[in-house]
Design a protein around this ligand. Structure first.
Ligand code: MN
Length: 258
């Protein structure tokens, strides 16, 4: 039996499950909201072209308007000034978008402290417990944050000091950027950096260091609580927008039942 025949058999008998980590994309999907004087992107809008009417009696279809960085989406290197000479989203090799999945679970810590930051010691501790990060892996930072996704105010969690959402410290971002085994970093929050990361030095260190090191981000992930810490495979599928700085994406995990 070939490897793919074995995989299809496993899908058929349920021993490998496909888990959809994507936030449904609608007008209500929470998107990033930058403060003045910065400009903001738009979320999804649908406008009907026809709806089984005179404009198309037997067919319905819509035009969509959507920001590259709306909902569950990929950040490509050209999104950030540190990666401006790097790849646009269409140039990311498919082989970098499918790989072994590493889950780092800090949901208990985040429940106590929404500004919790992932540090190098947390990444090193994971490796002490589970082994080295596998080649071409994606890290998903499990925080439990997606449980707030149904309420935009809870999801952004802002006060007069700005948003308070978990992320990665400057040292942690530098650590990930330097690790040759890591292809990408996924989060449950609206962006790959912490809510307060505009105040860090450098500001937005995950964007700055990872996108500058040809690593990619993916945001607004859901159902992360269903993933094992090791052993799953991640499939990240952005649209190949030519020259795009990112794209809404469908994200699946293949998980083997115990
Ligand atoms: Mn983005």
């Amino acid at each position: 039996m070939s490897v793919l025949e074995g995989l299809l058999k496993a899908f058929g008998n349920g021993s490998v499950e496909v888990i959809d980590l994507t936030t449904p994309l609608s007008r209500d999907t929470p998107i990033l909201n930058l403060p003045e004087p910065f400009s903001n992107t738009v979320g999804l809008d649908l406008s009907p072209v026809s709806d089984f009417d005179d404009a198309g009696p037997a067919w319905a279809w819509n035009d969509i308007t959507v920001g590259e960085h709306a909902g569950t989406h990929v950040d490509a290197p050209v999104h950030w000034i540190s990666g401006r000479d790097g790849k646009s989203v269409d140039q990311i090799e498919p082989s970098r978008l499918v790989g072994p999945l590493v889950v780092i679970d800090k949901s208990m810590e985040v429940a106590d402290n929404p500004d919790f930051l992932l540090e190098p010691e947390h990444l090193e501790q994971w490796q002490e417990e589970h082994g080295q990060f596998p080649a071409n892996c994606w890290i998903i930072f499990r925080t439990g944050w997606s449980t707030r996704g149904g309420n935009a105010a809870d999801f952004v969690n802002a006060d007069e000091a700005g948003p308070h959402t978990p992320g990665v410290s400057v040292d942690g971002a530098r650590w990930i950027a330097k690790n040759a085994s890591i292809s990408g970093f996924g989060v449950e929050t609206v962006g790959i950096d912490a809510g307060q990361a505009g105040n860090f030095d450098p500001m937005f260190p995950v964007h700055s260091y990872l996108l500058g090191a040809d690593k990619y981000g993916v945001t607004s992930l859901r159902q992360v609580d269903k993933l094992p810490l090791v052993g799953a495979t991640l499939i990240v599928a952005p649209l190949p927008i030519v020259g795009g700085t990112g794209s809404p994406a469908r994200v699946y995990a293949l998980v083997e039942s115990a």
